[in-house]
Ligand binder design. Structure first.
Ligand SMILES: *[C@@H]1O[C@H](CO)[C@@H](O)[C@H](O)[C@H]1NC(C)=O
Length: 297
């Protein structure tokens, strides 16, 4: 127990030391303590910008969407690299919304989705902002020449804790610098207003989603796209509230039919090849090549 705590702390120290060496942006981040309590300032200008061609792409890294036949492996590498990086640096995260529903069916991304949703806790967003803002993470990917680099970017307005900051509901992003695809990361915070009104475990996100502490914690362990993932404790209840019970029984969605034998969403008409691409086996996973892993292993 104590030993595992010790090795965890060492891992964190090493990871922090590695990033601290990057003077570029760390030189300005000297204090650990940020304002954990109050509203943390006024609602501000929108920080993250979506591209003009598609709202799930970052226009700094792309000028077009990927062809539909190619986006699936990009999305799966995006979530695999995100989950493995968060786990390596000891940052608590879990999947939510449509991504949780997709997990519920077959632990894979929905073939019709270009969206991935994850959440983190408030201590985690502070930790990431202090030590990992603008860090780049390089991975080797099966069949991808030169691999890919992912960027973790933290919205400076994360310290603003009110839903009035509606332009900045996304607290951080994990961005594929090769395609511009990204994952939105939102922090789940203590809901001060509802707590003052006596609701003990009240939690909220800036995007106005509200939760109870024990809907989310203790997190459960599972797999998504072949890698370890954490799942909110009351996942059925949360999915029911957000999408209705039918979302967990209805086997045709968005032009796809769920095949109970293969556990794959097959296209009802058209390109069968696409469905197979989405349902391909996941025995080859991305592997980190930038320093973090070297220091951890
Ligand atoms: C992260 O770095 C970017 C680029 O330097 C900066 O604009 C942003 O304010 C930083 N975020 C935080 C939380 O400091």
């Amino acid at each position: 127990m104590w030993l595992s705590w010790l090795s965890r702390s060492l891992v964190l120290l090493v990871a922090i030391a590695q990033v601290r060496a990057d003077a570029d942006f760390m030189s300005v981040r000297t204090s650990l303590a940020k304002d954990y309590s109050g509203k943390g300032g006024d609602p501000g200008e929108k920080y993250f910008h979506e591209s003009t061609f598609h709202h799930h792409y970052d226009g700094r890294f792309a000028s077009n969407t990927l062809p539909e036949s190619e986006s699936a492996p990009y999305l799966s590498a995006l979530i695999q690299t995100y989950l493995s990086t968060m786990s390596d640096i000891g940052a608590e995260t879990w999947i939510m919304h449509g991504t949780l529903l997709a997990w519920w069916w077959n632990q894979k991304i929905f073939p019709w989705d270009s969206d991935l949703d994850v959440q983190i806790s408030e201590p985690t967003i502070h930790f990431l902002a202090e030590y990992y803002n603008m860090t780049e993470h390089h991975f080797n990917l099966p069949g991808v020449e030169g691999g890919r680099t992912y960027l973790l970017e933290i919205n400076p307005h994360y310290v603003v804790r009110t839903t009035a900051d509606w332009r900045n509901v996304i607290d951080a992003r994990w961005i594929d610098t090769s395609s511009g695809l990204f994952i939105d990361i939102t922090a789940v915070r203590k809901d001060d207003d509802r707590r003052r009104a006596g609701r003990k475990g009240a939690m909220m996100c800036k995007d106005k989603h509200r939760y109870e502490e024990n809907d989310i914690w203790p997190l459960r362990e599972s797999l998504f796209e072949g890698v370890s993932v954490k799942i909110p404790y009351e996942y059925t209840k949360l999915l029911q509230e957000e999408y209705g019970s039918k979302s967990m029984t209805q086997t045709s969605f968005e032009g796809h039919k769920f095949n109970e034998d293969t556990k794959i969403w097959d296209r009802i008409r058209g390109n069968k090849h696409l469905s197979r691409l989405r349902g391909r086996s996941l025995d080859e996973l991305p592997s980190r090549t930038s320093p973090l892993e070297h220091r951890l292993s």
